[in-house]
Each structure stands twice: as C-alpha cells, then as structure tokens.
Design a binder for this molecule. Structure first.
Ligand code: OSB
Ligand code: MG
Length: 370
C-alpha cells in the first residue's frame, strides 16, 4: 500500500455529562482524526490522547505536532506491504504511541475496506460479539453513584467499574457492594496511590472485586508486584503497559493478573494483537479499555475486542452514554444482554457521517502539502 496523503483534523465533541477521575474532570473533548489515503483507498484512525497530559504524557496538541512534523513524513510516499510495517516505519520516533496508533489503525481500516472485509475479520477476530461494562466517574455523593449503577445495570451492562481516589474509595465500594452483592465490580485508581496505601487495598480485598486497576504510579511495574504479593484481588494494569515487553515484564514479575489493552496506549492494532495473544497463552484475562472515544475510535475498539484474548467485559459502551450525536452511523449500541455485535459491513463496519464531521471540525491539515 502506497501512502499518498495523511490528513489530520481536530473535532470538538461535548460529553453529555462530565467525567471525573483522580486526574481531573473532562467534558469538552478535543479529538484528532486521521484520514490516510493510499493507492488502495482511504482509512480512518483516532488519536486517543486527552486534552491535558494527565492520563499519559501525550495530549491532543502534542499529537497534532508529532503527526504533522514527524510521523506523516515517515510514512508519506512509502510503499508498505502490511499495516504491521507501519510500526517499523515510525520507529525512529520514540513514544507518542497514541499518535502512531491513529496512523497505523487508519491503515488497517483502509486495507479492510479494500479487501471488502470487516476490520474484525482482517485482524483475525473470532468472537461474534463483545460484552460491555461501564466506567463510572467520581460522583458528588454516594446516592447519585448508586442511581447511576442501577441505571447501567438495568441497561444490561455486565460489569461496573468505579473510579476511586484517596478519600473516595472504601465507602463507595462498601455502598455499591452492599446494594449489589453479586455483580461484577471493579475499581480504577488511575495511579492515585502509593505502596504505603497497601492497608487500604487489603481492606478492599473483602469486597469481592474482580480486579483493582492501576493503583500505583503510571510508569511503575515493580511496585505493583510488591502490592500484588500482599493481595488476593488481582491487580489489572492499564497505564503501565505500552508493549508486549511491558506485558511480559509485568506478568513475569507478578505485578498483575489482568491486563487492560488500549489501542492508543499500545500504539495500534499490531501491538494490541501481540499482547492479547500473549495474555491468552499465559492465562491472563484481557479486556478492552476506553478513552472516551468518538465513533471511529470506538469502532476500532470493537473490532479489536473480537480477538480471542479479550475474555472480560470491556469499557467500550454505547455511543449514547457519551454523545448527543456520534460521528458514525449506526451509532454503537449495546443489547439488553450488555453485548455489542460485531458489524458485518466492510472496513470500520460503520458509515462515517461526513457532513457532521465537517461541521464539528475546528482545524484540518493535509500533511502531504508541506
Ligand atoms: O483509566 O480507563 C481509564 C477515560 C479516560 C482516561 C482513562 C480512563 C478512562 C475511562 C473511561 O475509564 C472509559 C470509557 O468509558 O471510555
Ligand atoms: Mg484505567
């Protein structure tokens, strides 16, 4: 596939409700979309970076610069045989995995469209559907959190994840567990604690959590091993895992027993596929995380979730939990059993609402014109 152009655009989308985590509140999303044009046709990818460098060092603006000035020039006019060759082409750039993922995933999308295959088939997916959980942000009080949990369970979601931070942890878990003794329940700390908080996590051991997500530092594996040793509840790593090598190190050190795979964080479908295969071979349940994506990122997440290593419910939920209107058609929906069916249409599996995308575009640049 010969790369003819790379177009980057920023769209503005407002979340229906603010999403609060231990690193801040998000409501207005600034999302970058990449359209890659090749001799085989075009494909789309999404940059999953946040507006600020709080979940990871990348932001919407760093991704814009790195895509325009460094990544696009590394792939433009190249003739790459497979989407998996994109990672090698972009390897001179260190880090910036979310920016890289948008280009690589757009190549996967283009190839799937060209071959007339839904992306999940091209990736080698075997699952016909993926089950969904929800990630609930911090709420102003426990009553409003309990109402939200009730609503999500009624909608069919199969796992409830609560965001926690110091001072907003044990009481939330106790309240939800008391009301719902049997649901699959997890917590996500987004790195808000240190090893000195081990007693809190030992206390959480009594509430039958399916796992505790990323309790300690975002760039740390070894200390998670020290914490995991003291706990019954599995630790699930999110922020700490960027590659197959990280996954191997974490599993071999005993730093986690579950892995959250996010396409942007691991630089795209190629590395995500390697990690899920390793997880499947080593009895480590994996699941697909979410980054408050628009429909394009969401469609990529759904396709990835068809791979056999994705055995736990993911954070990829229906479009209408996030947006008044999504940029794809149909929008992503979850059935009453909390499952998303793999789309049958070729490529991304969803049509793009191009007029709406143009309407919410705030800037656009064709990187080949420079
Ligand atoms: O840690 O999984 C996380 C959102 C932004 C950054 C990090 C995370 C999240 C979520 C939301 O939990 C998942 C979603 O609904 O997309
Ligand atoms: Mg997380």
């Amino acid at each position: 596939m010969k790369i003819e152009s790379v177009e980057v655009r920023e769209i503005a989308l407002r979340l229906l409700t603010p999403f609060e985590t231990s690193f801040g509140v998000t409501q207005n999303r600034r999302i970058l979309l990449v359209e890659l044009t090749t001799d085989l046709g075009s494909g789309w990818g999404e940059v999953t970076a946040g507006e600020g460098p709080f979940y990871s060092p990348e932001t919407t603006d760093t991704a814009w610069l790195v895509l325009r000035d460094f990544l696009a020039p590394l792939v433009l006019q190249r003739d790459l045989a497979e989407p998996s060759d994109f990672a090698d082409a972009m390897a001179p750039v260190r880090g910036h995995d979310m920016a890289k993922a948008a280009i690589e995933n757009a190549a996967w999308c283009a190839l799937a469209t060209y071959r007339g295959l839904p992306l999940h088939r091209l990736l080698g997916g075997t699952l016909q559907e993926t089950t969904s959980g929800v990630s609930l942000g911090l709420h102003p009080n426990i009553d409003s959190l309990l109402r939200k949990v009730e609503e999500e369970l009624a909608a069919g979601y199969r796992r409830i994840k609560l965001k926690i931070m110091p001072g907003k942890d044990l009481l939330l878990v106790q309240a939800v567990r008391k009301r719902y003794p049997d649901i699959s329940l997890t917590v996500d700390a987004n790195s808000a604690y240190t090893l000195q908080d081990a007693p809190l996590f030992k206390e959480l051991d009594h509430y039958g959590l399916s796992y505790i997500e990323q309790p300690l530092a975002w760039n740390e594996i070894y200390q998670h091993a020290a914490l995991q040793q003291q706990l019954e509840t599995p630790i699930c790593l999110d922020e700490s895992i960027h590659s197959l090598r990280d996954a191997q190190a974490a599993v071999e050190l005993g730093a986690c027993r579950v892995i959250n795979i996010k396409l942007g964080r691991v630089s795209g479908h190629t590395e995500a596929r390697r990690i899920q295969r390793y997880c499947a071979e080593h009895g480590i349940p994996a699941w697909c995380g979410g980054m408050l994506e628009s429909g394009i990122g969401r469609a990529h997440n759904i396709a990835m979730s068809s791979l056999p290593g994705f055995v736990l419910p993911g954070d990829v939920s229906a479009s209408n939990r996030y947006w008044k209107e999504d940029i794809i058609e149909p929008e992503v929906s979850v059935n009453s059993q909390g499952a998303i069916t793999m789309p049958a249409a070729p490529g991304l599996g969803f049509a793009l609402r191009r007029d709406y995308i143009d309407q919410i575009t705030v800037r656009k640049e064709n990187c080949s014109a420079r």
